[in-house]
Design a protein around this ligand. Structure first.
Ligand code: ADP
Ligand code: MG
Length: 258
C-alpha cells in the first residue's frame, strides 16, 4: 500500500478538497483506496457523507486506543473508497500522546499492519503538530496543495524544513511526489505571478495539472459527495482526474508492488 500524506500547515488551501477528490479519482480508476481523516475538524469525513452517528471508531481510536485500521474503517458510498473518519475527539490526541515514546510513529505502526487497500491518502490538519508529524512519519510520499497567494512560498519553506527533520529522525525515505496549485484563477495577475515564481523555484516538483477555482468543488461537500460524483464534468472534477493520472505516473513503482 502506498501512503500519501496531503499536508500544508496553512488552513483553507485545498488539502481536504484535494484528498477527497484525488482519492475518489484513484478509486474510480480501480485502486482500492483508503482515506485517513487526520483533521479533528472531520471535513473529509463530512465531505464524503459520513454522518457523525457513523463515526463510532475513528482516527482517535487508531492513534490513542490501538484499535486496528480495519476496525476503524468504514465504506463510503463510492465503490473502492473507504475512510477512517475523525471527530473532534482527535484534538485531544496530541495531548494524550505527548508522554508516549512512540507518539510520532503510531500511525505508521497502525498502517504497517494493514492490508486490503492499495493506496492510502492522509488528510492532515492545518498545523505542523503531532498529528501532521504522524502523517509525515507514516507516509511514503507527500503531496502539497498550494494556494497561489502572496505568502505561499514562505509557508512552503517551513513545511520543507519539517520534511527534512522528519527525514532525519523518523522517515529517511519520505519523498515529495509533488506540489499542486489550487484555487487557480487565470484572471488574477497575482495568481499568475505566484504560480510563475513557484514553478521557477521548484521546477518539476510542481504538477502540470492545476486546480482552478471552481464553485462546484466548494458546493459538493455540503451534499456529502466528492465533486467528481456531484458534477463529474465540471472544470474542477476534470482537473482532479488529470491530477490523478499525473500522480499515478509519479508514484514510486517499487511501492506499488508492495
Ligand atoms: P484545507 O483542507 O486546506 O483547509 P479545503 O479543501 O477545506 O482546505 O478548502 C477550503 C475552502 O475552499 C473550502 O470551503 C473548499 O470548499 C473551498 N475550495 C477548495 N478548493 C477550491 C477550489 N479549487 N475552488 C473553489 N473552492 C475551493
Ligand atoms: Mg482540511
Amino acid at each position: 500500500m502506498i501512503r500519501i500524506a496531503i499536508a500544508n500547515q496553512k488552513g483553507g488551501v485545498g488539502k481536504t478538497t484535494t484528498a477527497i477528490n484525488i482519492a475518489t479519482a484513484m478509486a474510480a480508476t480501480g485502486w482500492r483506496t483508503l482515506l485517513v481523516d487526520l483533521d479533528p475538524q472531520g471535513n473529509a469525513s463530512t465531505g464524503l457523507g459520513v454522518a457523525s452517528s457513523e463515526r463510532t471508531r475513528t482516527t482517535y481510536d487508531l492513534l490513542v486506543e490501538d484499535v486496528s485500521v480495519d476496525d476503524c474503517t468504514i465504506a463510503t458510498s463510492i465503490p473502492n473508497l473507504d475512510i477512517v473518519p475523525s471527530t473532534v475527539d482527535l484534538s485531544g490526541a496530541e495531548l494524550e500522546l505527548v508522554a508516549e515514546e512512540d507518539r510520532a510513529t503510531r500511525l505508521r505502526d497502525a498502517l504497517a499492519r494493514h492490508k486490503g487497500h492499495e493506496v492510502c491518502f492522509i488528510d492532515c490538519p492545518p498545523s505542523l503538530g503531532l498529528l501532521t508529524l504522524n502523517a509525515l512519519t507514516a507516509a511514503d510520499t507527500l503531496m502539497v496543495p498550494l494556494q497561489c497567494e502572496f505568502f505561499a512560498l514562505e509557508g512552503l519553506s517551513q513545511l520543507l524544513q519539517t520534511v527534512e527533520r522528519v527525514q532525519g529522525r523518523f522517515n529517511p525515505d519520505l519523498g515529495i511526489v509533488g506540489i499542486v496549485l489550487t484555487m487557480f484563477d487565470r484572471r488574477n495577475r497575482l495568481t499568475d505571478q505566484v504560480s510563475e515564481d513557484v514553478r521557477e523555484c521548484l521546477g518539476n516538483l510542481v504538477f502540470d495539472s492545476v486546480i482552478p477555482r471552481n464553485v462546484r468543488l466548494s458546493e459538493a461537500p455540503s451534499h456529502g459527495l466528492p465533486a467528481l460524483v456531484y458534477d463529474h464534468a465540471c472544470a474542477g472534477s476534470r482537473a482532479y482526474m488529470a491530477l490523478a493520472r499525473e500522480l499515478i505516473g509519479r508514484l514510486p513503482k517499487e511501492r506499488m508492488a508492495a
